[in-house]
Design a protein around this ligand. Structure first.
Ligand SMILES: Cc1cc2nc3c(=O)[nH]c(=O)nc-3n(C[C@H](O)[C@H](O)[C@H](O)COP(=O)(O)OP(=O)(O)OC[C@H]3O[C@@H](n4cnc5c(N)ncnc54)[C@H](O)[C@@H]3O)c2cc1C
Length: 401
């Protein structure tokens, strides 16, 4: 496997890097690099800059803003965005509902939603999981009953990330309860302003509010908001999950975070006055992680999220599994390097985002524990890692349980 870039790809990389580091405001990128989550307004601002430059949805069909790049170029684009600290593109728009509408939606739905989705004029959220339907997603019970030109939706979604900001939700709903469970599911687009929708916050272990419960009570949805065919939603959901999993292996983010941790380890001093980095065990952990991140990057180059025919590529499960593990390992290392300083967030967590990295107890050290705790989620969302292992053993390795 060739690791060095061709002259053409190196030129492409330089162009992307130039755009990301000159067009997206530096203060915004510095904030992301420091591990502070961008606000809704900052995410919108950044995505619109990228969209204007043709860098928001390059993997979409060309007629809807896609670029027709090679796989290597898509990987360079992602890596450069992450390394520059560009606020992540909203995945619900860019990697999830956009490609589903572009692939399976009617021409009318494409025209109505795709430009606004790329430009983040519409903020989408994902309404798949329910209290008793996570890993076993096909057991979902939210119903959509046809009534003339409308569906009437009743039920509950949960873990709805950033649902508090959303204008629209793409939801899996049960339209036929009398068939095999996978065959009675449809993919419906629902305006969050519709009467009968209630969003309730869920507080995470780090104290933050990023997920929600969403309740539907007799919510009337125009039938024209159905994507593709009724009762074929499971196929569209599998396609979406393949894309979601592939996009979860954020190698650029890992590289820049790991380089940061290495920097912290060279500045934090041990009792004898030597840097933490001088500890051979710490140095070995860093070296091992650097090698693992490189291995993941090569794996990403070898596999893509979805195969050309719209079916999910099971290899995306490998990217999700390793990507989430490595991200968690890097955040754990940061917390260990911070040592006792990592407990400081318990004292004054309100101002965490504001504390500079050159403060007596630096901001990065105070944020290391909540960040570590927050990213326990990475091995759960997008399909838990245990479930990914089952997919890998069956669909990639051909093993039978
Ligand atoms: C922070 C966060 C954000 C999320 N955002 C969204 C979102 O925006 N939209 C959305 O729809 N969903 C979202 N999710 C939901 C996520 O997809 C589910 O949490 C996930 O699929 C697991 O489902 P569950 O929570 O119901 O756990 P369960 O399915 O109940 O699993 C519980 C445990 O059992 C294990 N397990 C279950 N089945 C098997 C099996 N067959 N083999 C081996 N082990 C198994 C799991 O690995 C897990 O450890 C989010 C979750 C989190 C934590």
């Amino acid at each position: 496997m060739q690791r060095s870039l061709s002259a053409e790809d190196a030129k492409f990389q330089a162009e992307v890097r130039e755009f990301m580091t000159t067009q997206v405001p530096k203060e915004l990128r510095d904030k992301v690099i420091a591990g502070v989550a961008p606000t809704k307004e900052e995410t919108v601002q950044s995505q619109r800059i990228l969209n204007a430059g043709g860098y928001a949805v390059p993997h979409w069909p060309v007629e809807w803003g896609g670029k027709g790049w090679t796989e290597r170029q898509y990987n360079i684009w992602q890596s450069e965005m992450q390394a520059a600290g560009v606020p992540p593109l909203l995945p619900f728009n860019v990697s999830m509902v956009g490609p589903v509408i572009a692939t399976f939606g009617s021409q009318e739905l494409k025209e109505r939603f795709l430009p606004a989705t790329a430009n983040l004029d519409i903020w989408w959220c994902q309404g798949f999981s329910e209290p008793d339907a996570g890993s076993d997603l096909a057991s979902l019970r939210t119903t959509a009953v046809r009534d003339g030109d409308e569906y009437i939706v009743n039920g509950q979604k949960t873990w709805t990330t950033q649902g508090q900001h959303a204008d629209w939700i793409f939801a899996l709903v049960r339209t036929n309860p009398d068939v095999k469970k996978q065959e009675g599911i449809s993919f419906l687009l629902i305006d969050m302003e519709t009467p009968g929708i209630e969003v309730r916050p869920i507080q995470l272990i780090d104290g933050g509010h990023e997920v929600n419960e969403v309740f539907f009570t007799d919510v009337r949805v125009p039938a024209e908001n159905l994507v593709g065919e009724e009762n074929k939603g499971w196929d569209y959901a599998k396609f979406l999950l393949g894309n979601e999993r592939a996009s979860l292996a954020a190698v650029g983010t890992m590289k820049s975070r790991l380089a940061q941790v290495k920097g912290y380890a060279s500045r934090v001093l041990r009792a004898d006055g030597s840097p933490v980095l001088a500890d051979p065990l710490v140095a070995a952990r860093i070296a091992e992680l650097e090698a693992e991140v490189m291995a993941l990057e090569i794996t990403i180059w070898r596999v893509t999220g979805t195969s050309g025919d719209g079916k999910p590529d099971p290899a995306s499960s490998i990217l999700k599994l390793r990507g989430s593990q490595l991200l968690q390992d890097i955040f754990e290392l940061a917390m260990d390097v911070a040592g006792p300083m990592s407990l400081q967030w318990l004292v004054d967590d309100d101002a965490l985002a504001e504390i500079e990295d050159d403060a007596t107890i630096p901001g990065w050290a105070r944020r290391s524990t909540p960040t570590y705790l927050n990213f326990r989620k990475a091995s759960i969302y997008g399909g838990s890692n245990e479930v990914q292992r089952t997919i890998i053993s069956g669909a990639v390795l051909g093993l039978r349980g």
